[in-house]
Ligand binder design. Structure first.
Ligand code: SF4
Length: 198
């Protein structure tokens, strides 16, 4: 069974899936925000294959940047505490480059394009604008093998949506479960979620 956390801890990828509508079961993100999993459901997803492809893509990209004279910050943690609360949001963008007043966040994706990837990069942009790079002009780039999506600004209502969904995941009251096809991609086991449908 999972271990309860002392205070809500929200990983950026869980939040991105909820904000983009990719995760139709909000309980999944809520439960992980309040509990540390001690076991994870293995699924159809080839995680070892994904890790290798992602590492290769990021290494090639990093080497190219260094050759071009940049000093990339690779997989550095972001930890942001919501003001006047005990809620922490954490994430790890693949690569950040600071150049004068400009900051660019890159995230490498080996799979097919998804709106969740853009929301994930927007979250990094938002979180970095709140602390380390508050004085800088920040943009984000989602990198696929054959294309790049550039994000120059956050949508006007981004902060409102961010607060809305952080509130759902950090609330003491749990959201409803939504068992179904999304269970296949969920890492919560039947021990922690007896309603799981495989
Ligand atoms: S196993 Fe299914 S119902 Fe349970 S948290 Fe995951 S997605 Fe939701």
């Amino acid at each position: 069974m999972a271990n309860p956390r002392k205070s809500p801890y929200i990983w950026v990828t869980w939040l991105a899936k909820v904000m983009s509508g990719d995760a139709t079961c909000h309980w999944q993100g809520w439960f992980q925000s309040h509990n540390q999993l001690t076991e994870k459901q293995s699924g159809d997803f080839d995680s070892a294959g994904w890790v290798m492809s992602h590492t290769k893509m990021l290494t090639e990209f990093k080497d190219k940047l260094i050759e071009e004279g940049y000093i990339p910050l690779i997989e550095q943690s972001i930890n942001y505490k919501i003001p006047n609360s005990n809620i922490e949001i954490a994430g790890k963008p693949d690569c950040v480059i600071e150049e004068g007043d400009d900051v660019t966040i890159y995230d490498c994706k080996t799979g097919k394009e998804s709106p969740t990837h853009q929301v994930q990069v927007m979250l990094y942009m938002y979180l970095l604008s709140k602390n380390k790079f508050s004085e800088k002009q920040i943009k984000g780039i989602v990198m696929y093998k054959d294309k790049e999506i550039e994000i120059l600004d956050l949508p006007e209502d981004f902060e409102e949506n961010f607060n809305f969904f952080v509130n759902i995941l950090s609330s003491l009251k749990s959201p409803m479960k939504n068992p179904g096809s999304s269970c296949r991609f969920c890492s919560i086991t039947k021990n922690d979620c007896p309603e799981r449908e495989d």
